[in-house]
Design a protein around this ligand. Structure first.
Ligand code: FMN
Length: 259
């Protein structure tokens, strides 16, 4: 059995939720088992956690957990473009296993949670990767994204260049519908998480808006759903109104008629 250790810090639950999803994914692979561990929060004088075991959630990670693991997944919220101090504090205490090369040659990956898009996630992931590289761990990525991106781009290019207008329109409409459905599913998830009856406490944008304005999170989730459906309706109106025009000179590969 291959054991993948997942060590994370989470203050408001978002990184913890990601860690649980990762554990579910690992457990879904035959021959793999996932171990979830968190790290204690830090204070100015922090030699050891106040309680040996947290009140809820995963137990605290130890050096023995790292020794036993065949691979490591490290998760942290983004804190000003950097990993959170408790995780850094935990990593700073791993000199003993750095000396004997315990982690050297083992695979590792990192994940993060943040409030904003482009909020410094990439730099956070880099800060988390550096100590692992120092330990001699092998950082793994997901090459699928590149392959899938190239394949999808090439397919769209070929369709736009060679397919009939009918086929090209079908594919573009298909992609547009898929994007809209993804967005609506995300909004549904946000609505559920923002419900006062939700069992999950997640630090979403709706929760941030609720803190900033005093209006409940479910109001903001509902507001964004109505706004999204309004934009969708408006775009569909534009599409229907412009559908019968014979050409659109701003599109690539479209023949521009003589003036
Ligand atoms: C001190 C501090 C700094 C933060 N810095 C950033 C940031 O640079 N970019 C960002 O998008 N979010 C930032 N956040 C928001 C957290 O990354 C975000 O809420 C994250 O999802 C919390 O994860 P958790 O629920 O696992 O604690 C910061 C939060 C705190 C408390």
């Amino acid at each position: 059995m291959t054991e993948v250790l997942i060590v994370y810090y989470s203050r408001h639950g978002a990184t913890a939720a990601l860690a649980r999803h990762a554990a579910r994914g690992i457990e879904g692979v035959a021959g793999c088992t996932a171990t979830l561990r968190t790290v204690p929060p830090v204070s100015a004088e922090n030699e050891r956690p106040v309680k040996a075991v947290p009140d809820s959630g995963a137990p605290y990670a130890t050096l023995d957990d790292l020794r036993r693991a065949d691979g490591l997944l490290l998760g942290s919220p983004t804190r000003f473009g950097n990993m959170a101090a408790p995780l850094k504090y935990f990593l700073d205490g791993t000199s003993a296993i750095w000396l004997d090369g315990t982690l050297s040659g083992k695979p590792a990956a990192v994940f993060s949670s943040s409030t904003t898009l482009h909020g410094g996630q990439e730099s956070t992931l880099l800060t988390m990767a550096l100590p692992l590289i120092h330990h001699g761990m092998l950082l793994t990525g997901i090459p699928f994204t590149v392959v899938a991106g190239v394949l999808i781009s090439a397919t769209l290019f070929l369709i736009a260049k060679f397919a009939s207008a009918r086929v090209a329109t079908f594919f573009m409409s298909f992609l547009a519908v898929q994007c809209v459905l993804n967005a609506l599913v995300d909004l549904k998830g946000l609505f559920q998480m923002s419900s006062p009856f939700s069992s999950q406490i997640v630090h979403t944008d709706a929760a941030n808006m609720a803190n900033a304005t005093g209006l409940p999170a479910i109001f903001w989730a509902g507001f964004w759903i109505i706004l999204a459906v309004g934009i969708l309706w408006f775009v569909m109106r534009l599409y229907v109104a412009g559908r019968d025009k014979s050409f659109q000179p701003d599109l690539p590969f479209e023949e521009v008629p003589p003036v």
